[in-house]
Design a protein around this ligand. Structure first.
Ligand code: CO
Length: 173
C-alpha cells in the first residue's frame, strides 16, 4: 500500500538503525587500497587507526565536503584476526555494513528483544574515533555482517588534524 511506503521513507518505523555510517571493505594491503581510493576515486583519507581489540588496522575515507557514508578499509593486524580469516575464506571485498545508532546499549537491547543476537554485551566495544560498536551476525542480516555504531565524538567524519593522519591510536575499529 502506498501509505506503508511513504511511512517507510519518512523514517517513522520503530527500530534502532539510523543512517548508513560506513561500508567496510576487507583488504590485504591497506596502503595500496588507500592509494587507490584517494588517487583514483578522489576520496579523502579521514582517519587511520589500529584497533587491536578487533585485530585490524583500518582507514576511513569519504568526502568530508559532501557528507554521506564513508568507506572503511580494514586489514588484519595478525593471522588470528577475524578479517584475516575472512580474507582467506572469501578474498578481499565487502566485509560489513555499519549503521549509526543513537545509543549502543538501547540498540542492543531493542534488537535482543526482537530476537536478534548481538555479538557483544550491551555496552559494545571500542570503535573508531571514540565510538562504541556492536555487531549482528550475517545469518540474521541477509548475509552481511551488520555493525552498529554510536558516535561519542564525531572524529570519524571530521576533517582530521594533520597529526591525526599519521597517528596510530592503539586504544580503539
Ligand atoms: Co566498521
Amino acid at each position: 500500500m502506498s501509505d506503508t511506503k511513504s511511512a517507510d521513507r519518512g523514517g517513522t518505523r520503530a527500530g534502532p538503525l539510523r543512517e548508513i555510517d560506513h561500508v567496510g571493505v576487507a583488504v590485504r594491503d591497506l596502503d595500496a587500497a588507500i592509494a587507490m581510493y584517494t588517487q583514483t576515486y578522489g576520496l579523502d583519507l579521514l582517519h587511520v587507526e589500529d584497533n587491536p581489540d578487533q585485530g585490524v588496522r583500518e582507514a576511513m575515507l569519504g568526502r568530508g565536503d559532501l557528507g554521506g557514508a564513508a568507506v572503511q578499509l580494514v586489514s588484519p593486524l595478525g593471522d588470528d584476526s577475524s578479517v584475516a580469516r575472512f580474507l582467506d575464506e572469501r578474498k578481499p571485498g565487502l566485509h560489513h555494513l555499519a549503521f549509526e545508532v543513537e545509543d549502543i546499549e538501547d540498540a542492543a537491547t531493542q534488537l535482543r528483544d526482537s530476537g536478534v543476537e548481538v555479538l557483544y554485551d550491551e555496552k559494545g566495544r571500542p570503535g573508531t574515533g571514540n565510538s562504541r560498536v556492536n555487531f549482528v551476525h550475517p545469518r540474521q542480516a541477509g548475509g552481511v555482517l551488520l555493525e552498529l555504531v554510536e558516535h561519542r565524538a564525531h572524529a570519524t567524519h571530521a576533517k582530521p588534524a594533520p597529526t591525526e593522519l599519521g597517528a596510530r591510536n592503539d586504544s580503539s575499529i
